[in-house]
Design a protein around this ligand. Structure first.
Ligand code: SF4
Length: 430
């Protein structure tokens, strides 16, 4: 039996693709292997979102190309974006498959391996690579927003909701497999259903059905600020299992920059949204992402964003120095800032966030958090917990806790938080 290895780079949405690719290889015919030196086929699923992701993809491809025994196939966003250049510059790769050819990926791979046993890609068939109790559920593809810094709409195409019944079927399948937490992802989660006739069914209908399935936790990632209605907030507040966790990337909080970034809405609307969430759900966890050093960003813009951070006090915040991406509107903007300024502003944002994050974390001292056991670190002799406070994508901090009782991954436990650090929390089993 041939051995298949896969390296998945990039975000959770790409991971779902990787899981579907693995499911194309039936276990009767193939063995999935995590040892590239012993694989017959290595697939690298790339991300091409920003410069750093492309660099990581090239390094990974070149590393995998050293395993001469295996055929090397590279797929994903980077291939979709830069196929001709890649083909020219990395001849070690045996097969490149851009996103637009995914529907015939099985045929292309069969040709490469010289056999006919590979099934077509099927959204309902995935080899779940996350721990047994946890899975991502992707509800749509692409994006219509065309933010001026972002290459995603050009790589992944325009926004398309996955068929309603198909998403529900997949959610049911995850429930039947024993998944306890489901993390809903897409490029623009709140937009679900927008492309259906009369915009129905929509994100409410979908969430309602999934909420009724009895998962322990449902978490929504990537909410676009101006698509979050009062109705949606009220629904989340009253839901059975949707976490009061709001991942709302705002990118900046200055009207001047929001316009240049071609984002919808104003800083005032963003401010009002976060205040509303905190008013309705005082315990809500707020997460966002920012870009520092966008072309044309002034000291005043930076000041406005810092003041906004002080006011809203995000529990989790990531900042990325602006990456100039070919093909996007902002690529040809004048007033591109130097790497030095971008990094300075990034450092300023992160240094403020460290203080905010710590003071937000201190508020949890004494709180009893319920969640899933996600692992054990034998050197620290501590378990890790996922509660409503942290998403499973390794962006937020960790909750460590001690327990005299032996626990298993996926157990639901209660932990009393005893200390707070800049990014992490520490507690003990109740
Ligand atoms: S909303 Fe903007 S940043 Fe997010 S994927 Fe769409 S275009 Fe990119």
């Amino acid at each position: 039996m041939k051995k298949i290895g896969l390296v998945s780079l990039g975000c959770a949405k790409n991971l779902v693709d990787s899981e579907m690719i693995l499911a194309m290889f039936s276990p009767e015919e193939y063995i999935l292997s995590d040892d590239p030196s012993d694989s017959d086929l290595i697939i690298v699923n790339t991300c091409g979102f920003i410069e750093d992701a492309k660099r990581e993809a090239i390094e990974t491809i070149l590393e995998m190309a050293q395993y001469k025994k295996a055929k090397l196939c590279v797929v994903g966003c980077f291939v979709e974006r830069d196929l001709e250049d890649l083909r020219k510059n990395i001849p070690e790769v045996d097969l490149w498959i851009p996103l637009k050819d995914y529907s015939r990926m099985n045929v292309l791979l069969e040709k490469l391996l010289d056999e006919e046993k590979i099934a077509p890609m099927d959204p309902l068939k995935r080899v779940i690579s996350t721990p047994k109790y946890s899975a991502y559920l992707r509800i749509s593809e692409g994006c219509n927003n065309f933010c001026s810094f972002c290459a995603i709409p050009y790589i992944r195409g325009r926004f398309v909701s996955r068929p309603y019944d198909e998403v529900l079927k997949e959610a049911k399948m995850l429930k039947e497999r024993g998944v306890k937490e489901v993390v809903i992802v897409s490029q623009d989660t709140t937009m679900y259903g927008f492309d259906f006739p009369e915009h129905k069914p929509n994100i409410f209908s979908l969430l309602k059905e999934i909420d009724d399935m009895g998962f322990y936790s449902i978490r929504l990632l990537y909410l676009y600020p101006d698509e979050i209605s009062d109705e949606l907030l009220a629904f989340i507040k009253g839901s059975k299992s949707i976490d009061h966790y709001f991942d709302i990337p705002i990118q900046c909080a200055s009207d001047h920059l929001l316009k240049l970034m071609k984002r919808h809405g104003t800083a005032e609307q963003e401010r009002a949204l976060f205040h509303k969430i905190r008013e309705m759900m005082p315990e809500a966890i707020l997460r966002t992402t920012l870009i520092s050093g966008f072309p044309g960003e002034t000291e005043e813009d930076q000041k406005e964003t810092l003041e906004f951070m002080e006011e809203v006090r995000f529990d989790h915040l990531g900042d990325f120095p602006y990456s100039r991406e070919e093909g996007t509107a902002a690529y040809s903007y004048p007033d591109q800032l130097s790497a030095e300024i971008k990094n300075e502003r990034h450092d300023e944002i992160m240094s403020l966030q460290r203080k905010i994050s710590h003071s937000q974390n201190v508020r949890h001292e004494g709180e009893v958090m319920e969640g899933l056991v996600t692992g054990y670190d034998p050197t620290k002799k501590l378990y890790t917990l996922r509660s409503y406070w942290n998403a499973p994508d390794d962006i937020d901090g960790n909750i460590y806790f001690s327990s005299e009782k032996k626990l298993n991954d996926g157990d639901i436990v209660k932990v009393k938080i005893t200390s707070a650090f800049i990014y992490d929390l520490l507690g003990k089993l109740v």
